[in-house]
Design a protein around this ligand. Structure first.
Ligand code: TEU
Ligand code: CA
Length: 570
């Protein structure tokens, strides 16, 4: 397997609005980030993925961009950006920008022109269609944020396509001028010295010709994923690679909604013609409902999670490269979702989840606060939610009688994106040290207990555990490059796998439940008595048993094992 620096890196995602506010207006900003780079250095990460910082009217918190080459007023200035970039580089940290080019804001100059007339030079930058002959919408596609994906514009008596909010019109990538403008903009940022791009819903850029009707979901619209992996997407990404990405030594990850394993092999193939890796979503759908999607209170079945992650681990091995994540700004907190955020288990289960993910093959992503074991905020009133998706769906589902308000609120509490967007918990002072003003979204009430200041000084904290995991990855090639193999696939409580590199072995054992569970014999037999415990989240292990949410990683060399009846485990 080819060695690459981006395979050996750990990426940390910053959601600037919620990270650190330097001037007391209640909104995180670039100077706030610069001030916290030493914290990230201490954690040991290599790359920052910065969620959008460009000029934006903030209909979708910066994922609606009105100027790709300017900084959002609330976040600071271009000088602030340059200082942040230079300081990060001095500390050996790379910066990966969020590239949001499936759509722009409706306040972008291209769209302002486009909507003026059917013969405007920018008309073809977006996707315009007339109503059907019977007066109905051009097709049955839905917006990711509820309702139809079409908005009527009376100036030209036509509809424009928006797979996200109506303030996020989709760009027409079939137009070569659009592609060239995007590549020019990317080159401008590369010239500035940024180190790569995370590409927002890049799997959606090539729409199926004719924009045909598709099968509909619970609200009567086809999901936005109908546009995934369209006919020209690989061609356009190869062009992007040649005309922009190859001008620097970049790290790239495509956020690929609706990506299949077979498609991922094309996006992230090791021949390096498109992207380095993709974010796939199958493990994020492990607790989704077939019809209602994410809006459900279902819990996952561990066997499915193992099956999905194992398919991706094995499927891409030697062919492409995985990204590894439990969290980002669109997902609830992982300790609340896959672990247990009850104070009795919060820290242990957060460390277990971290172990399970960071020992796999791929580039791990840590989302701000994940390294502290931050939990869901569980806001119970709609007025505390800020996310357009949660608010719009709440209205749509309750007004149409699809869900009762009580049930829909439960769904928001478990799945809403704002769970990940509450301010970063720096210390136990007012507003968790995030701001001296009024935060734009409420702080999670558990900040007096869960915060960075407390965890940095505690060698047993979740933070210290992440630090160790990241260091281990930097020191052990097997964690980066070793082959993966799942053990005990049918076990409902334990996630166990090995990694293999030459004669080296790692055995990763994770208990996803609060019960004590015995380790299957087929596993204990493989661990030699002199195996070294590389990392674990309990100070005392029990032989042949994993305690509640326990995780252990053993390192050893393969040798012909004498079959012992009770090999010593600890
Ligand atoms: O997300 C697109 C996407 O596919 C999602 O993760 C989606 O937001 C989520 O499933 C909704 O439940 C990207 C960004 O990460 C997200 O923040 C933006 O809102 C969206 O694109 C539009 O730019
Ligand atoms: Ca601020």
């Amino acid at each position: 397997m080819e060695k690459r620096w981006w395979k050996e890196s750990v990426v940390y995602q910053i959601y600037p609005r919620s990270f650190c506010d330097s001037n007391g207006d209640g909104i995180g900003d670039l100077n706030g980030i610069t001030g916290k780079l030493d914290y990230l250095k201490e954690l040991g990460i290599d790359v920052i993925w910065l969620s959008p910082v460009y000029k934006s009217p903030n209909d979708d918190n910066g994922y609606d961009i009105s100027d790709y080459q300017a900084i959002m007023d609330e976040f600071g200035t271009m000088e602030d950006f340059d200082r942040m970039l230079a300081t990060a580089h001095e500390k050996g940290i790379k910066i990966m920008m969020d590239l949001v080019v499936n759509h722009t804001s409706d306040e972008h100059k291209w769209f302002i022109e486009s909507r003026k007339s059917t013969d405007n030079p920018y008309r073809d930058y977006y996707i315009w269609r007339p109503a059907k002959e019977d007066g109905s919408l051009p097709n049955n596609w839905g917006s990711c944020f509820s309702g139809p994906a079409w908005e009527y514009d009376k100036t030209t008596d036509m509809y424009f396509l928006h797979l996200f909010s109506k303030k996020q019109p989709d760009l027409n990538w079939d137009n070569p001028a659009v592609r060239q403008d995007v590549f020019d903009m990317m080159n401008w940022w590369l010239k500035k010295g940024v180190d790569g791009f995370r590409m927002d819903v890049i799997s959606l850029i090539s729409k199926e010709p004719g924009l045909p009707d598709k099968e509909t979901g619970i609200n009567g619209y086809a999901t936005f994923n109908v546009s995934a992996n369209g006919p020209h997407v690989h061609e356009y990404l190869q062009e992007m690679r040649q005309k922009a990405l190859n001008n620097a030594d970049t790290i790239t990850v495509g956020e690929c909604s609706g990506v299949t394993l077979e498609e991922a092999k094309k996006y992230a193939r090791s021949d390096e013609k498109e992207l380095n890796m993709v974010f796939q979503f199958e493990h994020m759908d492990v607790d989704s409902d077939e019809k209602a999607g994410k809006w459900t209170t279902r819990k996952m079945d561990l066997r499915n999670l193992k099956k999905i992650l194992t398919r991706w681990q094995k499927g891409l091995q030697d062919i492409a490269w995985n990204s590894l994540y439990w969290e980002n700004h669109d997902q609830p907190r992982s300790v609340s979702r896959f672990g247990n955020d009850n104070p009795a288990y919060r820290e242990t289960s957060a460390k277990m989840l971290a172990t399970c993910l960071h020992m796999m093959q791929g580039t791990p992503y840590v989302y701000q606060g994940e390294e502290l074991g931050m939990t869901n905020a569980y806001f119970t009133e709609l007025k505390d939610y800020r996310d357009i998706e949660s608010i719009q769906y709440f209205h749509e589902y309750t007004e149409a009688g699809i869900y009762t308000p009580e049930y829909m609120m439960k769904c928001l509490m478990l799945r809403g994106r704002d769970n990940a967007r509450t301010p970063m918990q720096w210390d136990d002072s007012a507003n968790a040290g995030f701001t001296t003003g009024t935060p734009w979204i409420k702080v999670n009430s558990n900040y007096p207990k869960v915060n960075a200041k407390q965890e940095i000084s505690d060698p047993d904290s979740v933070f210290s555990y992440y630090k160790k995991l990241i260091r281990l990855r930097h020191e052990n090639e097997i964690i980066v490059y070793g082959d993966y193999k799942l053990l005990a696939p049918e076990d409902e409580a334990l996630f166990i796998y090995t990694r293999m590199l030459g004669t080296q072995r790692l055995m990763v054992l994770c208990n996803f439940t609060e019960k004590e569970v015995s380790i299957p014999a087929e596993v204990t037999e493989q661990i030699p008595a002199d195996a070294k415990l590389l990392i674990g989240n309990y100070s005392k292990q029990k032989e042949e048993m994993l305690q509640a949410y326990e995780a252990r990683v053993y390192a050893y060399h393969l040798k012909i094992l004498e079959k012992k009846k009770h090999p010593r485990l600890v």
